[in-house]
Design a protein around this ligand. Structure first.
Ligand SMILES: [Ca+2]
Length: 346
């Protein structure tokens, strides 16, 4: 599925019905009672994150707003930054309600990004990640985001950590779906948990680079436009991906000993209008935990909550009462038995 074939399916997600993202003009729309959406910056009339009071995005860590893009990390060691869509709070008298941001069923996220820096071959890192996850704003080791995340992660990994790389040429794009039980293996560049991947030579290019993540009828497709030809090229295609609705979109990046500028020029989210047969409607019911058909994710084992002081006191108290009770009964029975043996004796 390439090129413009999908155009007819998609429209910008805008609950108010008045937004558009045609002609390179991005608009940010939001209204009471609806979830957030559209965002973009640069492009002249776009809304800047952090410069607009109605911004629906939060920056984190070392991320910076520049005039034409968001810089997740500069080309410096040990930096990390992220950009997340925000929780929208609305006031419905008499209470504030926290609105989940996005309840799209079928969607497409277009990411316009740029990775560049001074480092020569294999002396740059670490890349960036794009997220659709249950949690937001949780810094950590996975491209600047938390490990054991719940949702989808798409990684543009620019540095091969694993020494013997025969099959994979870097920079490398890969995807991972997690229910919170899996760790991303940084030393092996996520290989044990990857759903699929492809090589993507994206550093220090003089033209624009794009990535698109499409999620339609539980089918995850990731394509890229990195050759300056304005054409989508296939990268990853995975059927049977079950993602809950209402998760957050974000992007994050980290540098370590090696570094790069990781810039995000725009993120555009589209709702896709897809017809379903009644059977598909039944099959595509909402799910509560991410999973992939034909792929076993370890079960989530919730740790037992620690006992509260009161619970501990009650347990000890009733154990003591029970012990005393048992001893008393035991004594009574013993006495009775002794009485009876005495009677028998006389
Ligand atoms: Ca890596």
């Amino acid at each position: 599925m390439k090129g413009r074939q999908w155009e007819r399916w998609r429209r910008p997600w805008n609950p108010l019905g008045g937004g558009s993202c045609g002609g390179g003009v991005c608009r940010l729309e939001m209204g009471p009672g609806c979830c957030s959406f559209f965002f973009c910056w640069g492009l002249g009339r776009g809304h800047g994150v952090g410069t607009s009071s109605s911004s629906l995005w939060n920056l984190m860590g070392n991320a910076m707003v520049m005039t034409q893009y968001i810089r997740l990390t500069p080309d410096m060691q040990s930096k990390q930054g992220a950009l997340w869509n925000r929780v929208v709070r609305i006031f419905l008298p008499p209470v504030w309600l926290t609105q989940k941001p996005c309840f799209l069923r079928d969607w497409e996220l277009q990411v316009h990004f740029k990775i560049h820096g001074q480092g020569k071959k294999n002396l740059h890192g670490d890349g960036l990640a794009i997220w659709y996850t249950k949690d937001r704003m949780q810094p950590g080791p996975v491209f600047g985001n938390m490990d054991k995340f719940v949702g989808l992660g798409v990684f543009v990994d620019t540095y091969p950590n694993e020494e013997k790389q025969q099959e994979r040429v870097f920079p490398y794009i890969s995807a991972m779906v997690n229910n919170g039980s899996l760790s991303y293996d940084h030393e092996r560049d996520g290989r044990p948990t990857e759903l699929g991947g492809c090589t993507a030579i994206v550093r220090n290019l003089h033209y624009d680079t794009f990535l698109v993540i499409r999620y339609v009828k539980r089918h995850l497709t990731i394509m890229m436009d990195i050759d300056g030809k304005h054409e989508w090229r296939d990268c990853i295609e995975v059927p049977g991906v079950r993602l809950p609705r209402g998760y957050y979109f974000g992007t994050s990046s980290i540098t370590g000993d090696l570094s790069d500028n990781h810039d995000v020029i725009s993120l555009k989210l589209f709702e896709l209008t897809v017809e379903r047969t009644p059977e598909e409607e039944k099959l595509h019911r909402d799910v509560f935990l991410p999973s992939v058909d034909n792929m076993k994710l370890p079960e989530m084992t919730a740790p037992l909550p620690p006992l509260s002081g009161l619970a501990l006191f009650l347990i000890v108290f009733f154990s003591l009462v029970f012990s005393v009770f048992a001893i008393v009964i035991g004594l009574i029975l013993y006495n009775k038995w002794q009485d009876q043996s005495r009677k028998r004796f006389y």
